[in-house]
Design a protein. Structure first.
Length: 299
């Protein structure tokens, strides 16, 4: 009988960590990841559809939400396979889950195409695992339609095992590598309270982006005459430096900034997400001019 001690669990965590670290460092996976990323960007160009798949309208990535449907249906089917009279509903759930995998995969694909190389390497293995899982459940569905009960159940069980591997890797992407996480969540906790002097207004050039520090928090400044707009400078998607990005005007939204790393676009007026892959808005700072000097405070 296996005894679970602190050392046993720690050693297991180390072993799994080394395995995942080796995947992150496998540069050979770039030969697969980069063409896949390019293909996704070509098939789903920048625009409303890609923003929808990123999850911009709901304020967080859509992929974790969408994967609940195929995984929930598949796992329920596996349970029903063990119960009397569960054959018909299990077959229906496997068919529905396999169909629901398509939008979940599309959402994951656009997130994958806007990730760091280390994330994409894990993403390739995650994607491969899930593709095999979909194929196994699809084969199970066809076997069931053909009346092959034993084969249908075995294929579904194999699909569950492979989908679990894919789910673990998805969790690693989300929680260890922070893919899809809000990378500005710490700003309200790190920015000092109150108003902070950031220098003379005359030192800020008109309609250009500049970076200043409030404590240890980088802040993006934009001047339009006597008015100054201020946002957290690190992009909420993957911490890209917004002050190095491009200025543009979106109809009805005014001046916007586009992150130089992955193209997330934010309204300078209030930090709202205009285009993904970011889904979390930029923290906003209030700005005022007092005695010719610019002062900001967290909004």
């Amino acid at each position: 009988m296996v005894q679970f001690t602190t050392k046993t669990l720690t050693d297991a965590g180390r072993a799994v960590g080394r395995l995942i670290k080796s995947i992150e460092g496998q540069e050979r996976l770039d030969a697969v990841a980069q063409p896949l990323s390019g293909l996704v960007q070509k098939l789903i160009p920048a625009g409303p559809v890609r923003d929808l798949l990123h999850g911009v309208p709901i304020g967080h990535p859509a992929h974790p939400f969408l994967v609940q449907f195929p995984l929930g249906a598949w796992m329920s089917a596996n349970v029903l396979d063990l119960l009397p009279g569960g054959w018909v509903p299990a077959t229906a759930l496997i068919g529905a889950g396999t169909a629901a995998a398509a939008p979940a995969a599309a959402a994951g694909a656009v997130d994958f195409a806007a990730a760091h190389p280390e994330q994409q390497r894990v993403g390739v293995v995650h994607w491969a695992s899930n593709t095999v899982a979909v194929a196994l459940y699809g084969a199970s569905f066809l076997a069931r339609l053909g009346g092959k009960r034993t084969a249908g159940k075995r294929l579904a069980l194999a699909g569950l095992v492979v989908a679990s591997v894919g789910g673990y890797l998805g969790g690693h992407l989300a929680y260890r590598q922070a893919m899809g996480a809000n990378h500005t969540e710490s700003v309200p906790h790190l920015a000092p309270e109150g108003w902070h002097d950031l220098g003379l207004l005359s030192e800020l050039p008109e309609r250009q982006l500049r970076q200043r520090l409030v404590g240890n928090v980088p802040v993006l400044l934009y001047r339009d005459g006597e008015r100054v707009l201020a946002l957290a400078d690190a992009c909420s998607h993957l911490s890209g430096p917004l002050h190095e990005g491009e200025l543009n005007d979106e109809p009805g939204l005014g001046p916007c900034v586009t992150c130089p790393w992955h193209g997330s676009t934010f309204a300078l007026e209030d930090g709202a997400v205009v285009h993904g892959p970011a889904t979390a808005p930029q923290p906003q700072f209030r700005a005022r001019v007092s005695g010719g000097r610019v002062e900001v405070a967290l909004a």
